[in-house]
Design a protein around this ligand. Sequence first.
Ligand code: HEM
Length: 155
Amino acid sequence: MDDLTFARALHVLGVVVWVGGLYFVTFIVLPVARTLSNQGEDGVDLFEKAERRFTFHARVTVLLTGFSGFYMLHLLDAWERYLHIETWAVHAMTVLWLVFFLAVFIAEPLFLHRWFMQKAAANPSGMLRQAAIFHRLMIVWSLFTIAVAMFGAHA
Ligand code: HEM
């Protein structure tokens, strides 16, 4: 197996775990947490515990996806794709990756988690509703980017 195939396999594995986990939190964990919260139970606790466990997986897979992506650009000698609008699949992947990188390595440990918990203490259902909206936006964006990347690689 050559280096490019290996990097591509790692890249796709990283994407599968990361976006698959986001999908599960968005469409399974959050709706269950919101139902619990509407029934007067502690839905925030379920969401917070699930999200905290997923953070480790998200960090590892975001790093894996980023390293393998940049390594592929190096192997393909394709850095100039950043200079051409026709190869915007690379821009789309990189922007999404950057947003997640900043979210899980900077915003979440520095202030996002604390901010969410403060909001949850004041209004648990409102916080879960906002988290649901945010997660739905992110999963739609992520799935769209995967589709764009596939067209970019195989068109
Ligand atoms: C630093 C960020 C990233 C870089 C530099 C990057 C770079 C690349 C490169 C160079 C390829 C191969 C394209 C080709 O063969 O012509 C690729 C493929 C791909 N990337 Fe990314 N990528 C990044 C992030 C992402 C993200 C965030 C996603 C999805 C959420 C993603 C999904 C994919 C997919 C699905 C493929 C197609 C694999 C295939 O079918 O061959 N990438 N990426």
